[in-house]
Design a protein around this ligand. Structure first.
Ligand code: ZN
Length: 293
C-alpha cells in the first residue's frame, strides 16, 4: 500500500474532527469529480462511491452546477437529510471518452438517476478501431502505456454512443481536438485544438457545446493565451486542479478532483472531503491568475 494511502485513515479522521468542530462554512460550494477509463474490476468500487455520494453528499447534474455558478437555487439529488458536515455536493465528470464511460452511464448512473459531464476529443473519436490504440497510447497515456497494452476495453466511444449519452440528458463537453497539451501550443494550432473540438461536437450533436476541459488538467498544462481562446468559445472550463467551487469561482477555471478507484475507500473519502486541498493552494492561485478576465 502506498504511503499516502496508509495515512488516509488518520488524516480523514482529523479532517472530519475539524469539520465537526468548525461547522460547515463550505455550505455554498460544490466539488467536481474526474474519472477516466473505468475497468470492469473497478465498477463495484464506482457503484459504491456513487451510493456514498448520493447518501452523504448529494449529486449535481451539469445544469445544477451551471445554475449554482449563476447564483440560482439548486437541489442536489439525494442527501436531503443525511448530508454530513464537510461533504459537499458533487458533479461527476468523465474524461477522454472511453467506452467504459458509456457502460457505467448505462449500468450505474442510469440506475441512480444521475446525469454527468463527458469530455471527449472529436479528433480521436474519428479514428478507426485499428488506429485508436496507437493514438490513445501517445495522446492520452503519453508513454505510460504502450499501444500493445491498449486492450479492447480501452476503446473510445463511437459518435452514436456519444449522441446516446446526450439524448439521455448527459452533457457532452470538448476535451481538445486531439488531447494535446495546450501550454505547448500557440497561434493557429492552439486555436484549432480548442475551438474546432467544440465546433465538430456541435455539428455532430446538433446542439451547443458550452463545456471544455483541457487535457492533463494541471496548471502547467494550460496557458494565458489558451484561456483567452477558451473563454471566447465556451461558457465553462473545468481544470484538474483540486479544490471546491463556489459562486465566486471563475467559470473558466473550475476546480476538480481526479479520483483513483484503485485507492482505498478512506483515501477516496479524503479526496472528496477536501483533505488534499491545502496542497493545491499555489496551483489554484496560478490557475486563477492565468484565467482572470
Ligand atoms: Zn484527458
Amino acid at each position: 500500500m502506498m504511503h499516502r494511502h496508509r495515512l488516509a485513515r488518520p488524516w480523514l479522521w482529523a479532517l472530519r474532527s475539524v469539520h465537526a468542530a468548525v461547522g460547515d462554512e463550505g455550505e455554498n460550494a460544490f466539488r467536481i469529480l474526474i474519472f477516466h477509463h473505468i475497468p470492469r474490476d473497478a465498477r463495484e468500487a464506482f457503484a459504491a462511491l456513487v451510493a456514498e455520494l448520493r447518501r452523504h453528499h448529494g449529486v449535481l447534474a451539469p445544469e445544477d452546477a451551471e445554475a449554482w455558478l449563476e447564483g440560482r437555487p439548486v437541489h442536489p439529488l439525494g442527501a436531503s437529510t443525511a448530508r454530513r458536515r464537510g461533504r459537499l455536493p458533487c458533479l461527476l465528470s468523465f474524461d477522454d471518452g472511453f467506452g467504459s464511460n458509456f457502460d457505467v452511464a448505462n449500468e450505474v448512473l442510469a440506475a441512480n438517476d444521475i446525469r454527468a459531464l463527458f469530455f471527449v476529443c472529436p479528433g480521436l473519436v474519428d479514428l478507426t478501431a485499428d488506429e485508436q490504440p496507437d493514438s490513445i497510447a501517445r495522446a492520452i497515456f503519453q508513454g505510460r502505456l504502450e499501444a500493445d497494452e491498449i486492450g479492447a476495453d480501452l476503446r473510445l466511444m463511437s459518435w452514436s454512443e456519444i449522441a446516446e449519452l446526450k439524448a439521455r440528458g448527459h452533457t457532452i463537453g470538448a476535451h481538445g481536438l486531439g488531447h494535446r497539451k495546450l501550454s505547448r501550443l500557440a497561434g493557429e494550432e492552439l486555436a484549432r485544438e480548442v475551438v474546432e473540438a467544440g465546433d465538430i461536437l456541435e455539428a455532430r450533436l446538433g446542439a451547443p457545446v458550452a463545456w471544455f476541459a483541457y487535457a492533463f488538467g494541471t496548471a502547467a498544462s494550460v496557458s494565458r493565451p489558451a484561456f483567452e481562446i477558451i473563454a471566447e468559445r465556451y461558457r465553462y472550463c473545468r481544470s484538474g486542479v483540486r479544490g471546491r467551487n463556489t459562486p465566486a469561482t471563475n467559470p473558466h477555471a473550475l476546480l476538480a478532483d481526479a479520483l483513483d478507484l484503485d485507492a482505498p475507500a478512506e483515501y477516496r473519502a479524503l479526496v472528496i472531503e477536501g483533505g488534499l486541498d491545502l496542497a493545491y493552494v499555489r496551483a489554484r492561485a496560478r490557475l486563477a491568475q492565468m484565467a482572470a478576465p
